[in-house]
Design a protein. Sequence first.
Length: 565
Amino acid sequence: MRDSYQAELTRAANLRGGALWYPYIGSGIGHGALVELADGSVKYDFISGIGVHYYGHSHHDMLDAGINAALADTIQQGHLQQNTDSVDSMESIVNLARKNGAAIDTCFLSTSGAMANENALNFLFQKHQTADRTLCFHKCFSGCILALAQMTDKAAFRAGLPNSMAVDYVPFCDESRPEESTREAVVALKAHLMRFPRKYAAMCLELVQGEDGYYPGSTPFFEALIDVLKANNVAVWIDEIQTFGRLSEAFVFQYFGLDKHVDMVTIGKMSQVCATLFGEGFKAKPGLLSQTFTSSGHAIRAAQKLVDRLYDGDLTSADGKNMQLHKVWAERCTKIDGLRGSYGIGAMFAMTVLDGTMPQAKDFCSRLFGNGVIGFVAGANPTRVRFLPRDEAEPFIGPLISSASADIALAAQAELESQGAKVLVRLGRSERSSALVSPGIIDVTSVENRSDEEVFAPLHQVIRVDTYEDALVEANATEYGLSAGLVSDSTELYQQFLETSSAGIINWNRQITGAVSSAPFGGSGKSGNFRPGASLAADYCAYPVASIECPNLVLPATLSPGINF
């Protein structure tokens, strides 16, 4: 497997004209933060395609979007021929951008963040036809295509390329000296405007510098610059290709309260379909843009799912998942020797490893990858290691195997209730899927001649008894007996239970679900065949029972998902 995987890596490098940054070729299989590579290894994906895979891998909303898109008449949509889902997505994005009063009413879809930024340049220069320059922050990143490579403040990214556009740079906010750095930035900006009056179409503002290592600015800093820009008729362009959806507001310009100042906004990456947003005064004349295709139907439908979540506010609020993620990250990062941080904001994390040199950061990322975790580098002097984790919690309940199975479970609950059982928590069907049911608890103490058939659904049956002896009789009154457990601090009682229970898994002060393939399994009833079920277990097991034991009943350090008390 190793040799064939290495051959595949070599083949990929030859075909694309250069080696891959990581030895990563996926199998196409993943779940949540976990992704499988073609060599069979599994990694924790904490960079998510540098922010693209916001929902992780194989999320049900993304799969649902893909299935519905596959049933549509075309794969791609464009500005000549587009379907209603394109129109719906554009309207949802515009409404989300306008919610705090931004003067945005237009959304132009495109295939990539770079293309969204390129389109922004077209709109901006056509609006300011005497201008031929732009302004950016030091250490900014805008993209790698011809015009954007001129804006990106990395000489290596434009080596050998012709100078297609004049760009001047303004220093970014320094949080360690905010007032002084604000004055320095304003002085630099005014100097550029004085040297080239009426020559700047726009200033591109990255409100959080991502490629440099996740440095956030501040509202006073941005407002001081914007006042100068507006006084000189220079448009304010907010680049949110990486930051969209990752703070306590859907847009970072909303987080910093800059809504009334915004002229143009670009979004991408986690939005799946990328877009350029602007108001009435920047609409293009015929012929400026075409976009034969804007994106796939899958990406457009996925974008709608994402925007719907951003409307809900569970991700983007003051105490939403984005900000909670950063709080947890910051607490844990400070406990690791050799790391400095945490840096960043919201669902954007970074840390400095050792002295912060590029070789140290690359070596750390390589070692992380080898141990099953994917991050990435950012910035220089210092170089940081950054993470863009998925923001969606792991599902803690999945559907039954079919809608018919859910029908059977609901019917079983109704039948028990008709026989005198008391529903404590009702099992119910979800509106999201006919096969998805919520867990139920039902007291069947008063039901006579109870059936020995298990309901294969989250329907927990409770039987109340007076004594331990009565409980043991009830527990053993089955032809099956897969697992059983005792919750007690008494060692003597557990030993008695272990010797008299007829189950195949007997646990003490631990859950009774789950089994380990290296341990005996089965039991002596119909759940097993009176022999160890694990591979080779017959060599060391005289009786087919496995146990997990804990002498004291304590809550686990981390409760299972869905349990909140």
